[in-house]
Design a protein around this ligand. Structure first.
Ligand code: ASP
Length: 312
């Protein structure tokens, strides 16, 4: 009877001096999830509790403090998946709620659907009692103004569809613009695995862009063999269906460590991708790995202390 929980705070390059905040934020999130697991609670409850702590912390790119899109507002993607019964709930391009992960959970528990998007997701959230919440913090707004000006002047693009290619190129050259997405993976005493991921996506994304986070199998996945949450440029994660592939690797007999490492190596080879993963297998082994400079993460297993690090 093993319990374990791991969280990440986004793959990317964290600003110098922000390490202590990221370590504290991820540790607090693990602590919230751990209390639930130790009291015999479910992986789902623990993962959602930890995800909410991260969403409510403005240093992470999820919930309050999430990054702004090209037009200057926040669109959330979030997903939760439970190994038992392959239960999934997901939202994309959702605006103005405090905790997108809870809306995703309600899609799973209260509807027959897997994903709600845009206006429909917002309408559902309001019906579920999520009030209007402005997630834009002054720090994120200033950041957006500065980066948008740099993008417009530095690369000389207008507000047209071709901008997306330039934005991708720009983000590759400046990885500090991405990162901060949050993810949680938990294993409970009933051997149920759960993965939860929540994000504002990538800075300056075109309105309506949907990343890997809300797509089961890409940014979030859980089956009885392993559960996984991804972070980094979502377009590469979608192309690789990374989290599902990592679970499949374990199903075929690979160690979780090898399965994650092989996915990272493949994505580096195929796309030179800036990505990271956290995962837990059915035995409670927790793995974090990434190809970016940083990926703050923290975890515990059974009686262990909580261990928190900026990179592996
Ligand atoms: N994977 C997220 C997305 O592409 C961003 C991130 O993890 O930094 O939307």
């Amino acid at each position: 009877m093993t319990i374990a929980l791991i969280v990440h705070g986004g793959a990317g390059s964290w600003r110098p001096g922000s390490d202590a905040d990221a370590i504290e934020g991820t540790t607090l999130a693990v602590d919230a999830g751990r209390k639930i697991l130790e009291a015999g609670g479910s992986a789902l409850d623990a993962a959602c509790a930890a995800a909410m702590v991260l969403e409510d912390n403005p240093i992470f790119n999820a919930g309050t403090g999430a990054v702004l899109n090209y037009d200057g507002y926040v669109e959330f993607d979030a997903c939760v998946m439970v190994s038992e019964g392959a239960q999934i709930g997901s939202v994309s391009a959702l605006q103005r709620v405090k905790n997108p992960i809870l809306v995703a959970r309600q899609v799973m528990e209260e509807t027959d659907h897997v994903m709600l998007t845009g206006e429909g997701a917002l309408r559902f959230a309001r019906v579920m009692g999520h009030g209007d919440h402005d997630p834009i913090t002054p720090a994120r707004f200033d950041d957006w103004k500065h980066k948008k000006a740099a993008l417009d002047i530095g690369i000389g693009i207008g507000k047209d569809a071709k901008a997306s290619l330039k934005i991708r190129e720009f983000l590759r050259k400046h990885p500090e613009y991405a990162g901060g997405t949050i993810g949680v993976v938990a294993l409970d005493a009933r051997d149920v695995l759960c993965a939860a991921t929540s994000t504002g996506g990538v800075t300056l994304k075109l309105p309506g862009r949907v990343g890997d986070t809300p797509l089961p199998g890409a940014g979030t996945y859980a089956n009885k063999f392993a559960a996984c949450s991804a972070t980094g440029t979502g377009e590469y994660v979608i192309r690789s269906l990374s989290c599902r592939a990592i679970s499949e690797g374990v199903e075929r007999g690979k160690s979780l460590d090898d399965s994650v490492a092989e996915m990272l190596a493949q994505m580096t080879r195929d796309f030179d991708a800036d990505v990271g993963f956290i995962a837990i297998d059915a035995n409670g082994n927790a793995v974090a790995n990434h190809s970016t400079t940083h990926m703050p993460h923290a975890w515990f297993r059974d009686e262990s202390d909580i261990i928190a690090k900026m990179h592996v």
